[in-house]
Ligand binder design. Structure first.
Ligand code: RB5
Length: 148
């Protein structure tokens, strides 16, 4: 399953991307907010998506003003590899090299057309599985597990 959520600064882009995902026939679950709330806080939505992905698998897309706040928060959850991207190259490498499971986008820095290209590229790309990338991700996992 694909889980999505935003804060107020990413709300409009989230709604735009929801329409795009429907057009592409991607199923997703919107973890909020259901309505625009100018006072909401990005960690609440980042944690909701990150916990779902960590517990149940699948992927997530998070939106805030820059894509940075939700990324910072999501990466606090064990097993999450959240990245932000601002073009298709970054979106592709985020999967091929980093095996990212959450994509973070900024509603104040991306126009909707670029955001759609990033989303489609990220969803359509898989992890390369190359040894060097496995090795590097393994080092991050070890650190996360407190083994080193
Ligand atoms: C909210 O004003 C803004 O700080 C937040 O959406 C995000 O951009 C943080 O990175």
């Amino acid at each position: 399953m694909l889980y999505i959520a935003s804060d107020h600064a990413g709300y409009q882009l989230k709604e735009e991307i929801k329409r795009y995902l429907q057009l592409l026939n991607y199923s997703f679950e919107d973890l909020g907010p259901k309505e625009f709330d100018p006072n909401d806080d990005y960690p609440d939505f980042a944690f909701a998506v990150a916990k779902k992905v960590a517990d149940e698998g699948g992927e997530g897309i998070l939106f805030c003003g820059t894509g940075q706040g939700v990324c910072l928060a999501a990466n606090k959850i064990r097993g999450i590899r959240a990245v932000s991207a601002y073009d298709e190259f970054m979106a592709r490498q985020a999967k091929e090299h980093l095996d990212s499971n959450i994509l973070c986008l900024g509603g104040r820095v991306l126009d909707a057309e670029m955001a759609k290209k990033i989303v489609k590229t990220w969803l359509d790309t898989g992890f390369s599985g190359e040894e060097r990338h496995e090795r590097r991700l393994g080092k991050i996992e070890e650190m996360e597990n407190g083994q080193k």
